[in-house]
Ligand binder design. Structure first.
Ligand code: BTN
Length: 256
């Protein structure tokens, strides 16, 4: 464990920098179950040998080339029914960070919280909430951002990295506090209750917002439709033949 000097209020004040771990999210879970980590504690790994992605998938990246971290937050002020705003705020923090590094990128947030440059995925989030009654208690924010990796597992559908997009290599140590500062800014907006503003910003950044594109529904059918936004519970709003429907995860997928 190291105490680092930094420009943030609470994220990264305490950080565990591990050379290798199964998953930083899992490590964070264990830390929470055994100790009482302070809010903003970061677990960073050079290598994950059991990195977790959404829906039980794996998150496989090359050791030392990318950002793979988990941050422990304590959003005790947030009602469970408002948890999507936390997910949106975190997504915006990561979006702002990538946008600062690479302002000309065709960057977007693919619902609910993947980061895309054009049609390629550059980062993913795995947000795990621990609830206490009607409020959130703790949240583990797992963040994987592809930074310097040049070659990816051919089985991954559409990965990219900042290196592949910009032809520039980045010094990961220098980037982390930039990322934490952006996350903190969005988290403070959430804490202030700026839900409407967060949702508005999130919608502005949505992948393919308002474009007529092909989507696949869970029954296998294909529709030409437009993503027009999200509901406050996080369901995706899609307009199809002048009718607006809302979808949950797994009920709709993008066709590339
Ligand atoms: C996804 O897009 O499927 C989510 C990927 C999340 C990956 C990060 S890497 C750091 C943290 N630890 C994990 O095991 N997963 C998250």
């Amino acid at each position: 464990m190291i105490n680092q000097p930094n420009n943030t209020v609470f994220i990264g004040k305490v950080a565990f920098h591990l050379s290798s771990v199964d998953s930083t999210n899992k490590y964070a879970q264990e830390l929470i179950s055994k100790t009482n980590p302070i809010e903003g504690t970061v677990i960073r790994a050079e290598e994950q040998f059991g990195g977790r992605g959404q829906f039980g998938s794996e998150w496989k990246t090359k050791p030392g080339e990318n950002i793979t971290i988990s941050i422990i937050l304590c959003p005790k002020f947030l009602l469970v029914k408002h948890q999507f705003y936390l997910s949106a705020a975190i997504a915006l923090g990561v979006y702002d960070f990538i946008n600062e590094l690479y302002p000309s990128a065709a960057l977007s947030i693919k619902w609910p919280n993947d980061m895309y440059i054009g049609d390629k995925k550059v980062a993913g989030l795995l947000i795990e909430n621990i609830l206490r009654g009607i409020y959130l208690d703790k949240t583990i924010v797992g963040i994987g951002i592809n930074i310097n990796q040049a070659v990816f597992d051919p089985n991954l559908p559409n990965p990219t990295s900042l290196y592949l997009e910009t032809q520039k290599k980045f010094e990961i140590n220098d980037l982390l506090f930039q990322l934490y500062a952006h996350l903190e800014r969005q988290y403070f907006r959430l804490k202030k209750g700026s839900f409407y503003e967060i949702l508005k910003d999130y919608q502005k950044c949505l992948f393919r917002i308002n474009l007529l594109k092909k989507y696949k529904l869970s029954d296998g059918s294909l529709i030409n439709a437009q993503i027009i936004g999200v509901e406050e519970n996080g369901r995706l709003l899609v307009k199809h033949e002048e009718i607006i429907r809302s979808f949950d995860l797994k009920e709709i997928s993008v066709i590339f």
